[in-house]
Design a protein around this ligand. Structure first.
Ligand code: ATP
Length: 308
């Protein structure tokens, strides 16, 4: 299937000479939740800005639902809804008026039934006549999503949807985003929070210093996350892993004082029981042991650290 968004060889150099994006290539699949994960200043907002036509690219090409974002700007833009970090609407407007107004900005005919559907989907229906200023933080964020959906886009960008919100509200937002995906909208969210990417995304892209350094299925990341290490501190140091233990693919560490066995917690059998038996039969004694699981956080930190 053709990707809903296709970014090829995209670069951005700001007027200051700063290169915020370096040759980005990225496809977003129809119907997925894609998390763009990266530290402050990595280029997330710049990338979204270009796709949404707010920032001019320096080089490269972007299409949204097959439409070139520059040559065919209006068609491309009509496919996209953008939820910014801050609510910029008149605080004294009602929910109903502000969402209906946003739809009008895209030249769409009024459609009260559609606006009602969005407000109901986002549990905002009983607030439709409330002024924005009277709403809680969570409700305001929902209004921003409703505004972004008002012109019936197929693609929704959420820029840091849960920045600065408490844990409960964050869970609430995740629920909302999932239910939107179930209605067929493709969702791209940016986040600093690894937990958020882990919780929400079908795929995760990591951006650092203007480069995409990893794009992976969440399931694949979880497989990596599922890897654990068993570290055994030996009573007597070894020069080499004995041939009789060759099938375990172990490594020596700490100058031969430690044996390290890596296994997959997602697998049916970890092999630990037989390993301990075989160690015993080989006469290898240990004085202590620990297990260690690498988190997405560690994978992320090591990926970002490798960058110049
Ligand atoms: N108009 C501009 N002129 C010059 N440099 C800019 C401009 N806008 C952004 N930058 C720089 O480009 C880099 C990427 O910024 P961007 O806002 O895209 O990052 P980000 O990943 O969205 O960060 P954050 O998570 O803090 O929003 C930063 O170093 C920023 O200072």
């Amino acid at each position: 299937m053709q990707p809903i968004i296709s970014v090829s060889n995209l670069s951005k150099t700001y007027a200051t000479g700063f290169r915020a994006l370096k040759n980005i290539n990225l496809d977003i699949n129809r119907g997925e939740i894609f998390a763009l994960l990266g530290p402050n200043g990595a280029g997330k907002t710049t990338l979204i800005g270009i796709i949404c036509g707010i920032v001019n690219p320096s080089e490269g090409k972007v299409t949204a639902d097959g439409h070139d974002i520059i040559r065919d700007y209006r068609q491309a833009r009509s496919r996209i809804g953008l939820v910014p970090q801050e609510l910029t609407t008149d605080a004294f407007e009602t929910v109903w008026a502000t969402v209906s107004f946003s739809r009008g900005l895209f030249g769409k005919k009024a459609d009260p039934a559609y606006v009602e559907k969005i407000l109901r989907d986002l549990s905002l229906w009983d607030k439709k006549d409330s002024k924005l200023i009277t709403l809680s933080g969570g409700m305001k964020r929902r209004v921003m999503i409703a505004k972004a959906l008002s012109h019936e886009p197929q693609i929704l960008f959420l820029d840091e949807p849960t920045a600065g919100v408490d844990v409960e509200l964050r869970r609430d937002m995740w629920e909302v985003v999932r239910s939107l995906r179930d209605t067929g909208v493709t969702i791209i969210l940016t986040t600093h929070y690894i937990e958020e990417a882990e919780e929400m995304a079908d795929r995760v892209g990591v951006i650092s210093h203007g480069e995409i350094i990893l794009v992976e299925d969440k399931a694949e990341l979880m497989r990596k996350l599922g890897r654990k290490q068993l570290r055994l501190q030996l009573l007597n140091p070894l020069d080499a892993v004995p041939a009789s233990l060759g099938t375990y693919g172990m490594e020596l560490a700490d100058g031969g004082r430690e044996l390290v066995y890596t296994y997959d917690t997602a697998g049916e059998r970890t092999g630990i029981t037989s390993l301990l038996q075989d160690l015993n039969e080989s006469g290898i004694r240990f004085k202590d042991l620990q297990t260690h699981q690498s988190s997405l956080e560690e994978i992320f930190v090591s990926l970002v650290r490798k960058q110049p």
